[in-house]
Structures are given as structure tokens and as C-alpha cells.
Design a protein around this ligand. Structure first.
Ligand SMILES: Nc1ncnc2c1ncn2[C@@H]1O[C@H](COP(=O)(O)OP(=O)(O)OP(=O)(O)O)[C@@H](O)[C@H]1O
Ligand SMILES: [Mg+2]
Length: 293
């Protein structure tokens, strides 16, 4: 599939986003692969790191991940360079994937006895020399060493929340872990983005959950909700994202729109914006006649 011509602003520095929620089945993998494809179609160079032994992101991207394939396990446990495992994603220009194989199931335990066990992914990423605009890391549904490695490697946490009962349950534990990693291992880390998934506008429950999430978090929640859509859930069985499987579907359009919001909310751009507003205010204050400030 070709890139959309419009092109969104590309970040000055690589944005590393950790897609995490220890609750299972909330749409982490679906969000990772479809946002990554959307950003690539908007013109960015994007790497997906599959950090879940289930290998769902690798499957959904149509990337080979049988047990012989060099994978993120080799990077984490055997210190293999990331560039030796990254594969281009068929059909989407600018999109790449570091696959997960079943070996990764043992990594959680094998990592325990290795030096710098929490920062092995961060080291591998900083040694990776290919230019990238975004790295999206798909975490497993747990808060073990694999997720900690992702939290140490990234600056932004992206939390998908399913619009269902108990949506916010367990979120406190994730937020505490983010704070712990921020305090001890990665001062840059923060929750930058929350995305509501499997949203069914016909039910009162979905809008109640959405309201509750927006009351707890405000600026972080994307305006675009991802609808519950059969096309989104069908796409992985064809080794495709919904962007290539059914480009005109509501699911595809909503992920493209969510990606646009994320690109336009570049934290560095926002910071520069804040700084220029501040400078403007200072300038105005200094040029105003005395007594009017
Ligand atoms: N917007 C959607 N509409 C319909 N089905 C969806 C949507 N998003 C995700 N699903 C389906 O819900 C299931 C769980 O999604 P997904 O695998 O992305 O969650 P996950 O958080 O990665 O799960 P795990 O915790 O097991 O890694 C999958 O079968 C997926 O196809
Ligand atoms: Mg998953």
C-alpha cells in the first residue's frame, strides 16, 4: 500500500511509545499494529517491537516468526544487534517489525540473572542506527521484566482502555509501576496517550466508561475512539492490519485519525509551542507601560 500524500510532521527525535496495560485483551496489539501502519502510511518510518511471547503483533504484521527466526529474544538474552532481527513488513512502506518467537516465554526468567536486566532493550535500541520516527512496543499482559524493559526503553506510555466493565481496574498498579521506573531508571517516562478501544456508541456502558476515563485523565485521552469492528478483528488472520485489509472501513479510518492526533501532539513540538507562548508573554510584559501589567 502506498503512503498517503499529505504527510504529517515528523518528530525531530525518535518517539518511543510503550503500549501497555496488564489487563489482557484490551486491544494493545491491535492498537500497536494499526497505529504503526497508520503512522507509516502518513509518511513516517516506524518500528514495531513485539515484546509478547504470544507473537500476536508479528502475526498481524505478516512477519515470519517461527522458532528458528532471529527475534527479540536473541536481542534481549543473547545481546544480538537489533538490526539482525528487524524485518520489513510486507505491503506497508516504511514499516518494520522486530518479531517475537515462543522462546520469549522463557526470557522473563532468563533475564533475572543477566547484568543490566532492566535496560537490555534500551541498550539495543540506542545502538540501532537506522533512522526511525516512531518505535511502538507491544507489551505482554503482565508487569514483569519484559514490560519493565519496555518502560526503561521508552519515554511515552500509551494505554489502550477497553470500554467495558472494570476498564479502570488494575490501572493504578500500572501507573505505580510507571512512577517507580520513572523514579529509578528513566526520568523521561510519562503516560502521554490514552486511547479508548472497542467503543460501541450504541451502548450506555461505553459512553459511561469513556466519561469516567476522561474524568480521570484529560489531556492524555485521544479524541478519536476506536469503534468495535469486525473488520479490525478479522484482519490479523490474513496477516494484515485493517489499513491494508479494508482501507475504507470505520476501523481503518479511526486508526488513521488517532495516528494523526498522536503525530500532531509531538511532546517536543508542544514544548516548543509552550516556550514560544511564554516568550511572547514575557515580551509583551516587558514592552507594556508600567502599571498595566
Ligand atoms: N476495535 C476492535 N473491534 C473488534 N475487535 C477488536 C478490536 N480491538 C481488538 N479486538 C479483538 O479483541 C481481541 C483482543 O485484542 P488484542 O489482541 O489487541 O488485545 P491485547 O491487549 O493485545 O491482548 P493480550 O493482553 O492477550 O496481549 C482480539 O481478538 C482482537 O481481534
Ligand atoms: Mg497483545
Amino acid at each position: 500500500m502506498n503512503r498517503a500524500g499529505e504527510g504529517l510532521p515528523r518528530p525531530e527525535q525518535t518517539r518511543i511509545m510503550v503500549v501497555a496495560n496488564q489487563k489482557g485483551g484490551v486491544g494493545k496489539t491491535t492498537t500497536t499494529v494499526n497505529l504503526a501502519a497508520s503512522l507509516a502510511l502518513h509518511g513516517a518510518r516506524v518500528l514495531v517491537i513485539d515484546l509478547d511471547p504470544q507473537g500476536n503483533a508479528s502475526t498481524a504484521l505478516g512477519v515470519d516468526h517461527h522458532s528458528e527466526v532471529p527475534s527479540i529474544y536473541d536481542v534481549l538474552v543473547e545481546s544480538m544487534p537489533l538490526s539482525d532481527v528487524v524485518q520489513p513488513v510486507p505491503d506497508v512502506e516504511g514499516l518494520f517489525c522486530a518479531p517475537a518467537t515462543i522462546d520469549l516465554a522463557g526470557a522473563e526468567i532468563e533475564l533475572v540473572s543477566l547484568v543490566a536486566r532492566e535496560s537490555r532493550l534500551q541498550r539495543a535500541l540506542s545502538a540501532y542506527e537506522q533512522p526511525l520516527d516512531y518505535v511502538l512496543i507491544d507489551c505482554p499482559p503482565s508487569l514483569g521484566l519484559l514490560t519493565v524493559n519496555a518502560l526503561v526503553a521508552g519515554a511515552e506510555v500509551l494505554i489502550p482502555i477497553q470500554c467495558e466493565y472494570y476498564a479502570l481496574e488494575g490501572l493504578g498498579q500500572l501507573l505505580r509501576n510507571v512512577d517507580l521506573v520513572k523514579g529509578h531508571l528513566n526520568t523521561q517516562l510519562h503516560v502521554s496517550t490514552i486511547i479508548l478501544t472497542m467503543y460501541d456508541g450504541r451502548t450506555r456502558l461505553a459512553s459511561q466508561v469513556a466519561d469516567e476515563v476522561r474524568n480521570h485523565f484529560s489531556a492524555e485521552v485521544l479524541r478519536t475512539n476506536i469503534p468495535r469492528s469486525v473488520r479490525i478483528s478479522e484482519a490479523p488472520s490474513y496477516g494484515q492490519t485493517v489499513l491494508t485489509y479494508d482501507p475504507g472501513s470505520s476501523g481503518s479510518l479511526s486508526y488513521l485519525e488517532a495516528a494523526r492526533e498522536i503525530a500532531l501532539r509531538d511532546p517536543n513540538v508542544q514544548q516548543r509551542h509552550d516556550e514560544s507562548v511564554q516568550q511572547l508573554q514575557q515580551h509583551q510584559n516587558s514592552t507594556m507601560p508600567e502599571g498595566t501589567q
